[in-house]
Ligand binder design. Structure first.
Ligand code: ATP
Length: 499
């Protein structure tokens, strides 16, 4: 991860937000290449789900329309959706350091529970934190880790009385951690000049609710018929207790969500369809099948809206910091008619749908494939990162051409003998259609190295032969092959590969 984070900074993919002021925990900025990459993933999703959606279980193309709703909505929305009451994570405060941790993220290291022995807490997945716990516990119990009877346990599995014997992740004495308490993850703000509770509002913690609010509008204006979907991409905000693992868990992030409205009797079929469709989609974006898995939520993990008896499946990816385990990339949930019925109850507006073929009025059930665009970008960055000692750059980013931020580069071998003019002309033609880079600085080896780190699939070099044979050398990022290609063929050649 350290190498990937360094490359992302060096090559302009991702920077810490407000870096010159020391940053702000849980916030990130996307640089020029990161913005292109993220936009490409977003556009691929929009194309494959909205413009050209998959073929449904009955062999017919399904129907999905797009939406872009407000980030700030009437605060009643979040009461109806259950986020005001239910969108809580149990959290533990450290009275000494004032740090706050998500209870389910804390592990404790310690021996068999005698009611007296100390336990040392650390954050799950934090190897340095665990090493520290091993060191301090060894010193305290005067025993080496090899001889000790210690085990690692989730903090939430401890009996309440054991908490006073737990040493916090950043403290030396036990008893500083509070019992887990609920903490609302929504960011609060005020609308208008008066900053009173009457004007309080929230930044949306998910894009989904904007879709439910517009259900009637879309049905009335778009001639859509159940089953159909509404899709939205946009920012969501959660005041995460412990933002970490780079952009995996941040406080401002982007989601790509579909609410799929269907008749209750068909919900199970559509649920299976969406689980399969979404797993395949991530694989089509270049995530290899052995690094992606589907995992059914345990009963105690289900969100407040999840339909009883019909679970939630996560599409998971094996991130370097979760490996050998997996981390959530997307959740596919059966929300039942929870949201529409709650909004109907709270707004007193009718949200039922009249199904003409069935001659039935009902609240559709909803299957929700909810993907993280920011997490997806991270997964694709992790997957692309390919160390290669044989290259000058020692590493290259093996992006699929579809998501690559730069599709091709054009170089004049040297800055004379007519080469810059020919290369410049080729660059100007190609950039009309794709993001292309022109680079005439430093040696050709250094230019290839820069493009390898940027994940640019092809480089076209104009050399001294070009004037005579009207051809360029095309260098392939992955195979490193170098072939000759007629200059007037380059545009078609590239179009073919970027189809
Ligand atoms: P987690 O259990 O990791 O907190 P969640 O189950 O609360 O996630 P959902 O509410 O299902 O997540 O949100 C849908 C998707 O939004 C997730 O699969 C993830 O890709 C993304 N997401 C959620 N929270 C964050 C976050 N803090 N930072 C980045 N992406 C997030």
């Amino acid at each position: 991860m350290d190498d990937l984070v360094a490359l992302c900074k060096r090559r302009g993919f991702i920077y810490p937000a407000s870096e010159i002021y020391g940053g702000l925990n849980g916030f990130w900025d996307y640089g020029p290449l990161g913005t292109e990459l993220k936009n490409n993933i977003r556009d691929a999703w929009w194309h494959d789900m909205v413009r050209c959606p998959p073929i449904g279980p009955d062999g017919e193309p399904i129907s999905i329309v797009g939406l872009d709703s407000s980030i700030i909505q009437n605060p009643r929305v979040w009461e109806a959706s259950g986020h005001v009451d239910g969108f809580n994570d149990p959290m533990v405060d450290c009275r000494e350091t004032k740090s706050r941790y998500r209870a389910d993220h804390l592990m404790v290291l310690g021996g068999e529970d005698t009611g007296e022995r100390r336990l040392y807490a650390y954050l799950a997945g934090d190897d340095e934190g665990r090493d520290r716990a091993v060191k301090l516990l060894g010193k305290y119990e005067k025993v080496s880790a090899e001889e000790a009877d210690w085990t690692d346990r989730p903090l939430v599995d401890l009996p309440a009385a054991a908490l006073e014997r737990v040493v916090g992740p950043d403290t030396k004495e036990p008893g500083s951690l509070t019992e887990p308490r609920q903490f609302n993850l929504m960011f609060k703000t005020f609308v208008g000049a008066l900053q009173s509770e009457d004007s309080a509002a929230y930044l949306r913690p998910e894009t989904a609710q904007g879709i439910f609010l517009n259900f009637n509008n879309v049905v009335d204006t778009m001639r859509v018929k159940v089953p159909f979907g509404i899709a939205q991409v946009g920012k969501a905000f959660r005041n995460e207790v412990t933002p970490r693992n780079y952009i995996f868990r941040s406080r401002e992030f982007e989601q790509m969500e579909i609410e799929w409205f269907c008749h209750e009797s068909e919900a199970a079929t559509w649920f299976d369809f969406w689980c399969e469709t979404r797993r395949k989609w991530w694989e089509s974006m270049g995530l290899t099948s052995d690094s992606v898995q589907m995992r059914r939520h345990d009963a105690d993990e289900l969100a407040h809206y999840a339909k009883e008896g019909c679970g939630t499946f996560d599409v998971e990816y094996r991130f370097p910091f979760t490996s050998p385990d997996f981390g959530e990339l997307e959740g596919v949930a059966h929300r039942g008619n929870y949201d529409l019925s709650r909004h109907m109850e709270f707004s007193k507006k009718k949200l039922e749908y009249f199904d003409q073929p069935r001659n039935e009025r009902y609240l559709p059930h909803v299957i929700e494939p909810s993907a993280g665009l920011s997490r997806g970008t991270l997964a694709i960055l992790c997957e692309a990162f390919t160390p290669d000692e044989a290259r000058a750059s020692k590493v290259y980013m093996k992006f699929q051409p579809r998501v690559a931020p730069i599709k091709a580069a054009v170089f004049p071998l040297v800055n004379k003998d007519g080469m810059p003019e020919i290369a410049g002309k080729l660059y100007e033609t190609l950039r009309q259609r794709w993001p292309i880079q022109y680079d005439a600085k430093q040696s050709i080896g250094k230019r290839y190295a820069r493009m390898d780190e940027a994940g640019c699939p092809w480089c076209f070099t104009v050399d001294s032969d070009t004037v005579n044979d009207q051809a360029v050398t095309v260098r392939d990022r992955d195979s490193l092959s170098q072939d000759r290609l007629a200059i007037d063929q380059v545009e078609n050649w590239l179009a073919d590969r970027l189809k």
